[in-house]
Design a binder for this molecule. Structure first.
Ligand SMILES: CC(C)(COP(=O)(O)OP(=O)(O)OC[C@H]1O[C@@H](n2cnc3c(N)ncnc32)[C@H](O)[C@@H]1OP(=O)(O)O)[C@@H](O)C(=O)NCCC(=O)NCCS
Ligand SMILES: CC(=O)OP(=O)(O)O
Length: 325
C-alpha cells in the first residue's frame, strides 16, 4: 500500500520540476535521497552548503548529483535581498545585523527564506536538526494560511493495506480545545490527499463521559468546536483508543456514536500522547511512519525525524512536492 501511495504521488509531481531545498547538504541520508530524486528527475533539488564539500561527500558516497543546484550562503549573490525581506517580514523583531548573521549561520533560516522568496517551492530538513530548530524559521517567516491559527504535524501510519492519520505528533505541546478542533479539521483534509476518507476520533483516557477532569472536558469541548467548524465531517469523541478502533468495544462504550470502531484519523489530546503514540505504533506495531507532514503553512516545509533513513527523506520530499502543487 505504501508503494501504491507513493507511485500516485510520483505521478502527480513527475515533470513538474518542483524546486525543493535541502538545508542539510552534508548529511549522508539527505545526499543519498537527493541523488535518487535528481537521477529520477522527480524534483529539482537545491542543496545548501559549500559546493566543494558537498561534491566531495557525494563522491565519497559514490553518488551523482545531476542538475542539483548547490547554494553556499556565503557566496550567495542575492543575500542583501534576502536580508531586507527577512527584516521586513519579521517587522521589528529582528535587526538587520541579526538577520544577516542568521542567514549566514543557520541553513534552515536561509533555506526557508528561499521558499518564502519563491526561489524554491518547498523545504525538507530535520535529519540532523531538532524539530524546534527546523520549524521555527517556517513559523516565523512562512506562517500559517489565512484562517488557520496553528500549524501541526501529522504522520501517515502504513502497514500493509492499513493506512491511518495520527496528529498532532510534532508541534503543539499543550493544545487547547480550539487548537484540537483545528488540528482535527486540517488532519481530515490531509487524509484526503492520501485517499483516506476521514473518520475522525478525538482521543482521551475517557469514552463519552466515563471519566471527568479538565483534560477530558478539553476534548469534549474540542469535539463540539470541530463539529461546528466542519458539520459534514464524520467526527466524534471523546474516545479511548479501543473505543475508537475496536468495533466490539465501541458497541459497549459508545453505542450511539457515528464512529463504531472504524476511525482512521486519530487526534491526540497532547504532544506527549501523539509523539509517544506514533513511535509505539512504529517500533512495536511495525507501522511505517511517514512524516511529520506539517499542515496549515502557506508553503510546504517538512521536518524529518532524526531517526530517519534515506527512504524516509525520499518519501517526505515527494509529499512536499505534491503539497506545493
Ligand atoms: C514549535 C515550537 C518550536 C515553537 O516554539 P518557539 O520557537 O518557542 O515559538 P515561539 O512561541 O517563540 O513562537 C515563534 C513564532 O512561531 C509562532 N508559532 C509558535 N507555535 C506555532 C504554531 N503551532 N503554529 C503557527 N505558528 C506558531 C509564534 O506565533 C511566533 O510567531 P512570531 O514570532 O511571528 O510572533 C515549540 O512549540 C516546540 O518546541 N514544539 C515541540 C517540537 C518538538 O520537539 N516535537 C517533538 C518531535 S517531532
Ligand atoms: C518527529 C520526531 O519525533 O522527530 P525527532 O525524532 O527528530 O525528535
Amino acid at each position: 500500500m505504501s508503494s501504491d501511495l507513493f507511485s500516485a504521488l510520483k505521478e502527480k509531481v513527475a515533470g513538474k520540476q518542483r524546486k525543493i531545498v535541502f538545508p542539510e547538504g552534508l548529511d549522508e541520508r539527505i545526499l543519498t535521497a537527493v541523488s535518487r530524486l535528481a537521477n529520477e528527475q522527480i524534483v529539482a533539488p537545491i542543496v545548501i552548503g559549500n559546493e566543494e564539500a558537498v561534491k566531495q561527500k557525494a563522491s565519497e558516497l559514490g553518488l551523482t548529483l545531476p542538475n542539483v543546484e548547490i547554494i553556499d550562503p556565503h557566496q550567495y549573490e542575492e543575500m542583501d535581498e534576502l536580508v531586507r525581506a527577512f527584516v521586513e517580514r519579521r517587522n521589528g523583531k529582528v535587526t538587520e545585523e541579526a538577520a544577516r548573521k542568521l542567514l549566514f549561520d543557520d541553513e534552515n533560516y536561509f533555506g526557508t527564506m528561499l521558499v518564502y522568496m519563491d526561489k524554491a517551492h518547498g523545504l525538507v530538513s530535520g535529519a540532523a536538526h531538532s524539530t524546534a530548530d527546523t520549524v521555527r524559521p517556517a513559523l516565523q517567516i512562512i506562517k500559517t494560511k489565512p484562517g488557520i491559527r496553528k500549524t501541526s504535524g501529522v504522520f501517515i501510519m502504513v502497514r500493509g493495506e492499513e493506512k491511518y492519520v495520527f496528529a498532532d505528533c510534532a508541534i503543539n505541546i499543550a493544545p487547547d480545545s480550539q487548537d484540537l478542533a483545528e488540528i482535527a479539521v486540517e488532519s481530515a483534509n490531509t487524509a484526503k490527499m492520501f485517499d483516506i476518507e476521514p473518520r475522525v476520533a478525538m482521543l482521551s483516557f475517557s469514552t463519552k463521559g466515563s471519566a471527568k477532569s479538565p483534560e477530558t472536558e478539553k476534548v469534549v469541548e474540542a469535539v463540539r468546536l470541530a463539529k461546528e467548524m466542519a458539520p459534514d465531517l464524520v467526527l466524534d469523541g471523546e474516545f479511548q483508543f479501543d473505543a475508537a478502533f475496536v468495533p466490539s468495544v465501541a458497541k459497549k462504550k459508545a453505542p450511539d456514536s457515528v464512529i463504531q470502531g472504524d476511525a482512521n484519523v486519530f487526534i491526540f489530546p497532547s504532544l506527549e500522547a501523539g509523539n509517544i503514540g506514533y513511535k509505539i505504533a512504529q517500533r512495536l506495531g511495525n507501522f511505517e511512519a511517514i512524516g511529520p507532514i506539517l499542515q496549515g503553512l502557506n508553503k510546504p516545509v517538512n521536518d524529518l525525524s532524526r531517526g530517519c533513513n534515506a527512504e524516509d527523506v525520499y518519501k517526505l520530499t515527494l509529499i512536499t512536492a505534491a503539497q506545493s502543487l
